[in-house]
Design a protein around this ligand. Structure first.
Ligand code: FES
Length: 176
């Protein structure tokens, strides 16, 4: 039998095997990439969301009393590839004419929730006695910085705030 004839099918067999190996490898690589994308996306979007914050609709400004702090509640939807949950949040809102300021409800000292003292016209934290003015300034410590003010925007009569998680106990406002 001619030697060259017996080698041709072997060559074809080898190239077919090589082709199949490469094809399987490429398909496996592609599949792992496809499955990894939502996971990576959730990690990236989660960290970006925490770092950059996002505007969340809080409520209408029309009924806010002028110059009197009001606590407003809203739901924040936390959604990514794996998590879909809604959290109830609140902010202290102070309307002054056309300006609307929104403060984090968390005391920047160690994270207690402070209240508005209408009689004395200031905010008081029950935990260690920090006192804050209506505009957030520290009147008495130990709070190391003013109340944390969120960025706000009013569109169509609705207030939105840029919700952020902030570090506690330090003099500078720093996002976690
Ligand atoms: Fe508010 Fe300490 S947590 S004064």
């Amino acid at each position: 039998m001619d030697n060259s004839e017996s080698k041709i099918p072997e060559k074809h067999g080898q190239s077919r095997r090589t082709f199949l190996k490469l094809g399987t490898g490429a398909a496996a690589g592609f599949a792992s990439m496809v499955f990894a994308i939502p996971f990576l996306d959730s990690l990236i979007s989660q960290s970006l969301r925490v770092k950059l914050g996002k505007y969340v609709k809080v409520g209408p400004v029309m009924f806010l009393p002028n110059g009197i702090p009001e606590k407003m509640f809203f739901d924040e939807n936390d959604q990514d590839a794996y998590i879909d949950q809604t959290e109830r949040r609140d902010v202290w809102v102070v309307k002054d004419g056309n300006d609307v300021a929104a403060f984090s409800p968390i005391c920047p000292h160690l994270g207690c929730r402070y209240n508005w003292d209408a009689q004395n016209q200031h905010f008081v934290c029950p935990c260690h006695g920090s006192v804050f003015a209506k505009d957030g300034k520290v009147l008495h410590g130990p709070a190391p910085r003013p109340l944390d003010k969120f960025s706000t925007k009013v569109q169509g009569g609705f207030l939105s705030v840029k919700w952020e998680r902030l570090k506690l106990g330090i003099s500078k406002k720093e996002i976690i």
